[in-house]
Design a protein around this ligand. Structure first.
Ligand SMILES: Nc1ncnc2c1ncn2[C@@H]1O[C@H](COP(=O)(O)OP(=O)(O)O)[C@@H](O)[C@H]1O
Ligand SMILES: [Mg+2]
Length: 366
């Protein structure tokens, strides 16, 4: 089944581009957004990790965590690059009041959690997506997802962050802070908290206090986190939201795409289609690999042009690659008969300007 990208761009309110790392998610998200804007929809694209030249072409030179107008587009396109840390800070401020917020933001544990905890980036991408949708300034929000190994990480992150905050270690560390300083000492002396004592030995009393304060204040925001993650999850299921899965024409990426497609259907989340990016297409259509190889052999035996023979062999290789890719994509299509598939050719250079994005957009539309 082919994937009607222009229909999607006319109808969707939110498009989430997923896929494993390096397959072209950011490029696809940007290309979809440019095309939608040039077809008259007020569009914003949230990119996560654009290559530097692409970011420059879209005017994303300032990391200020808010959408900026993209110049050179015939239509309304805003773009932003996710600043994960700043998004986290904004949530803390919004949920904890200005005085407590300062203490949390300065806490070393907060600083390491907010910039390095696995899953934070995915969570913050969802959070930002929720904010953009809530602003109600755009007809369409296109969102890129973080460069994780697995596409599923994006869906699992809020849950994982929640599990971490719910975790046992956190609860144990938190218990003394809840009971108050005095009681805490008593507890330690009574030997009731071997874990806390060990942690104190390892990380020092001051750090432990920091950690306890941090966790105690997180707890107040906790309900907030959970509720927001749930809301965002609901938004991903709402009518108007569509997922586009991007894969390269390689076994691992297509396997990942296949897991993702199954997971979406299990969660009743709408999969708009699969984009197979960077497929190889031989220049000379109709000249098969076997024919080209035997022609090269004959030419070599006859002492003919070496250059021509080399070109024929190169062509044969390209045809073989294209056939392999095509077999893989067909296999995906057979196992997911209701998923539309669109192939985007490998361009001769990286996609780093608006013109390149328009070309990818045209290929996406077919
Ligand atoms: N169809 C394509 N043809 C040529 N280069 C491409 C194509 N799609 C993506 N690229 C290039 O591949 C690199 C990775 O793409 P990117 O969109 O950043 O991947 P991801 O976001 O999935 O990690 C970029 O340099 C981009 O310009
Ligand atoms: Mg990317």
């Amino acid at each position: 089944m082919s994937f009607d990208v222009d229909a999607l761009l006319r109808e969707a309110k939110v498009i989430v581009c997923c896929g494993s790392g390096g397959v072209g998610k950011t490029t696809t998200a940007a290309a979809l957004a440019v095309r939608a804007a040039e077809q008259g929809r007020r569009t914003v694209v949230l990119t996560i990790d654009p290559a530097r030249r692409l970011a420059q072409a879209m005017g994303l030179t300032e990391l200020d965590n808010t959408p900026r107008r993209v110049q050179g587009i015939e239509g309304d396109l805003d773009a932003m690059m996710l600043d994960m840390k700043r998004t986290f800070d904004e949530i803390v401020v919004a949920h904890s009041g200005p005085d407590r917020a300062d203490a949390i933001l300065a806490n070393p544990f907060y600083q390491s959690l907010s910039s390095s905890f696995a899953g934070t980036q995915e969570y913050m991408a969802m959070e930002k997506l929720g904010q953009l949708v809530a602003e109600d300034r755009w007809d369409l929000v296109v969102v890129d997802t973080p460069p994780t190994r697995s596409a599923l990480d994006f869906l699992d992150a809020p849950q994982r962050l929640g599990t971490f905050l719910d975790g046992r270690l956190i609860k144990i560390l938190l218990a003394p802070a809840r009971a108050g300083g005095r009681a805490y000492l008593k507890v330690v002396n009574a030997g009731l908290s071997a874990v806390t004592r060990t942690v104190t030995k390892i990380i020092g009393a001051q750090l432990l206090t920091d950690l306890q304060q941090f966790v105690a204040s997180l707890e107040t925001m906790f309900g907030g986190f959970r509720a927001r993650a749930d809301e965002t999850y609901a938004m991903l299921k709402a009518p108007g939201t569509a997922f586009v899965v991007v894969a390269s024409p390689e076994p691992a990426a297509l396997r990942e795409a296949s897991y993702f497609a199954d997971r979406l259907s299990a969660e009743s989340m709408p999969l708009a289609g699969l984009v197979v990016n960077r497929v190889h297409t031989p220049e000379l259509d109709g000249l098969g690999a076997a024919t080209a190889t035997s022609a090269a052999e004959r030419l070599e035996q006859a002492g003919g042009s070496e250059v021509t023979a080399a070109l024929l062999r190169l062509h044969a290789e390209r045809v073989a690659v294209a056939e392999r890719e095509s077999t893989l994509v067909d296999r995906f299509a057979r196992s997911h008969p209701s998923t539309g598939v669109r192939r985007v050719p490998a361009m001769s250079t990286d996609v780093h300007d608006l013109e390149g994005l328009r070309q990818v957009g045209a290929a996406l539309a077919g």
